[in-house]
Design a protein around this ligand. Structure first.
Ligand SMILES: [Cu+2]
Length: 423
């Protein structure tokens, strides 16, 4: 019997591997899979698109790579992240999206019953060409039936630089979830690969007039034409509650988090990364410290030359309502260093869901509770309703209970705080 480690066999093996690698490299390209999409831009509203009217198909194209944010004290912060490439020709995505990542990642909002095709393109780390990190998308807390699309490096794969993959989600469950890159998770999550994600329930799409217990559901556009039903028109609920008790008027996804400036600086300057010393001295809501949380416009970053400035933080954390509206806060913590406690001292919050589940006992009683503070660990989610009936108009604050967190690194008065403005 021949010894397989003979030099001749090794040479053949190496040659075969090289050939295989070349073949893979030749095919590495951006390919958007989206049924009915005529031009590959993951947007189904173009004239050449032919979406199947019998399927609830929704598509999105995300890019992954690096970029910059600006902290509330003016510090420029290097990040890894995601950005929205939907609507872009696939062949343009890499060039257009390099050094354009945003924080938090683009919010993903889908409906129960959707078939969601999410293309992820890894455009590479422009500022760290020594890194050849793959990226992935992991929907935290979501019952993903196909482990290959779950983004875990142990049971799935990462997307290599200059290539793409389309994840498929059969959106079977409503709730407030979150997503992040799962490759080298501690590093890539601290660096900013985190996003809000939620699924609206099928109950939103019932015909108007349907009785949910004693609650009469309203859905005017469905009653006009079921095929044009917009899940955002008519009554909206957090879950399929069957009794209308989770109905809300306006919704705000809010991500609690933080950045460790020493870790980000070390990553930008190619230093050993201080994992065990990680300390998030910038505390944020939707990626901003107060008072940036209440600026409605996108924040323009200030990256070092030769990079060009862009809107690195399009999302704010300002919460607005007109009485008697009910406000839904879809609160998540995707932070890897802290439990956070958020307080709303003047406005009672009703918790109706925890960790993507309606808060209900096994025998069907609502276990909702009123509170002025909530504490979430990393990976936890809460659905909170604030009822503005009878509330005096004004500006209220939602902020970290730990007072030392109300700072932007060395700058006092800021950090994890936002305003709830009620008219
Ligand atoms: Cu990553």
């Amino acid at each position: 019997m021949r010894n397989r480690s003979e030099p001749r066999y090794m040479a053949i093996l190496v040659a075969a591997l090289l050939l295989l690698q070349m073949a893979v490299a030749a095919h590495a390209a951006v390919h958007v899979q989206c049924p009915g999409d005529g031009n590959g831009d993951a947007d189904l509203l173009d004239p050449e698109d032919t979406p199947d009217p019998n399927r609830q198909v929704r598509c999105m194209h995300l890019a992954a790579g690096d970029g910059y944010t600006i902290m509330a004290d003016g510090k420029s912060q290097y990040i890894f992240g995601f950005a929205d490439a939907t609507g872009m020709a696939p062949e343009d995505a890499i060039n257009n999206m390099q050094m354009k990542m945003v924080f938090p990642a683009p919010t993903i909002a889908v409906d129960e019953g959707d078939e969601f095709y999410l293309t992820l393109t890894n455009v590479g780390m422009v500022n760290r060409p020594d890194l050849f990190d793959p990226h992935s998308v992991h929907w935290h807390g979501f019952p993903q039936a196909a482990s290959v699309f779950d983004g875990l490096p142990e049971s799935s794969f990462g997307i290599n630089m200059m290539s793409s993959l389309t994840y498929y989600y059969n959106v079977v469950e409503p709730g407030t979830f979150m997503y992040h890159c799962h490759i080298e998770a501690v590093e890539h999550m601290q660096m900013g690969m985190l996003g809000n994600l939620y699924v609206r329930p099928a109950q939103n799409r019932l015909p108007g007039g349907t009785m949910l217990g004693s609650h009469r559901h309203a859905n005017p556009d469905y009653n006009l034409n079921p095929s044009l039903d917009d899940p955002l028109v008519g009554h909206k609920y957090v879950y399929n509650d069957g009794d209308g008790s989770t109905r809300y008027d306006v919704e705000y996804p809010i991500m609690m988090g933080g950045f460790d400036p020493a870790f980000h600086d070390a990553s930008e300057e190619t230093q050993p990364l201080p994992f065990a010393e990680m300390k998030d001295n910038y505390t944020t809501l939707n990626g901003r410290g107060y008072p940036d949380t209440v600026i409605e416009a996108a924040l323009v970053n200030n990256p070092p030359a030769p990079y060009e400035a862009y809107n690195g933080q399009p999302m704010n954390a300002l919460i607005k309502a007109t009485r008697p509206q009910k406000i839904l806060l879809r609160l998540i913590n995707l932070n890897i260093t802290h439990f956070w406690t958020l307080q709303s001292l003047s406005l009672p919050m009703t918790v109706v869901g925890i960790d993507s589940k309606l808060l209900r006992s096994a025998t069907g009683e609502n276990l909702y509770y009123k509170t002025n503070s909530v504490t979430l660990g990393g990976g936890q989610a809460m659905d909170i309703i604030i009822d503005t009936r009878g509330v005096p108009p004004g500006t209220y604050f939602l902020h970290a209970a730990d007072m030392y967190l109300l700072s932007n690194d060395k700058q006092d008065f800021g950090g994890m705080m936002t305003e709830i403005r009620i008219e």
